[in-house]
Design a protein around this ligand. Structure first.
Ligand code: 2HA
Ligand code: ZN
Length: 276
């Protein structure tokens, strides 16, 4: 182990940033990523830590994450640059014993702060850690073009986004059986949008921010990137479909979804299978 860049989760984090950039979801400094590290991973990277920075306020309180370590992208940093210089664009932070302050242990070598969406990331982590017995470790925010476009033309309702996106690809209800939550337009970066998003994350692994983007939660980098990719691909099909003709000639019906649920052993809540 010569450098921190040889560590597996660090490599996974960097690859995910670059994959998101290549998808076109991270114009300029758009989007952010965070990873809740395992205790053995903290021990693995500790030898590479710099002198720890000052304690700073998170801007919200996450007692359920007290003492945990996270790798996160930096505020104002470009996803495009992460692969070239991870120590400039990302950092590892430690939370204090109350879950109210953080300090930088590694990275952001040329200065800066963790992502401007740190309150949303950490509140989502706190909710997901509790809801999944500690299984979920990745929170990902991206500016997914087609999902954003749909927030101008579909009602901003969980039921509508879930059902329309399920209908666009047979695998969707299997990939996100719990559905998708939608937050109406809010000022980003603060505690209010973090509270609204983490409330939805109690029920869903995906939350859409109207006219802005998406948040996804998952166990690892593959599953979380795959979830973002699946939802956005489905949104792309819906945008194409609506562009060709606004009404469907045929689609996947509520009974089709119920049959799929039996064979694929998923529970699809009836609230999404309403008659249109
Ligand atoms: O610029 O995506 O939501 C980073 C963001 C803020
Ligand atoms: Zn954003």
């Amino acid at each position: 182990m010569n450098t921190i860049l040889d560590v597996k989760f660090v490599q996974g984090f960097i690859r995910m940033c670059n994959d998101g950039w290549e998808q076109g979801w991270h114009e300029r400094n758009g989007g952010n990523l965070s990873y809740r590290m395992k205790p053995e991973e903290v021990r693995e990277v500790e030898p590479f830590f710099s002198e720890k920075g000052e304690w700073r306020e998170i801007g919200t309180s996450v007692p359920g994450l007290a003492g945990e370590y996270f790798m996160v992208t930096g505020s104002g940093k470009f996803f495009r640059n992460v692969i070239l210089d991870p120590a400039d664009s990302t950092c590892i932070i430690e939370l204090d014993e109350k879950g109210e302050n953080y300090r930088i242990c590694w990275g952001l070598v040329n200065g800066g702060r963790p992502t401007s969406e740190l309150p949303s990331h950490l509140m989502n982590h706190e909710v997901k850690k509790a809801a999944t017995n500690g299984m979920h470790r990745v929170i990902y925010h991206a500016h997914t073009t087609n999902v954003i476009a749909l927030t101008f033309v579909l009602p901003l309702k969980d039921e509508v986004f879930t059902r329309e996106l399920w209908e666009m690809a047979t695998e969707c209800p299997v990939v996100f059986p719990d559905g998708i939550g939608v937050v109406g337009w809010m000022v980003p970066g603060g505690r209010d949008i973090a509270v609204a998003t983490s409330e939805l994350m109690k029920k869903y692994d995906v939350a859409i921010w109207a006219h802005h983007g998406m948040f996804c939660s998952g166990e690892d980098f593959d599953l979380t990137f795959g979830l973002m990719h699946t939802v956005e691909k489905s949104a792309e099909i819906l945008v194409k479909m609506l562009s060709i003709r606004p009404d469907k000639l045929q689609t996947i019906t509520p009974q089709n979804f119920r049959d799929l649920a039996v064979d694929f052993k998923v529970n699809l809540p009836e609230k999404f299978l309403y008659e249109k």
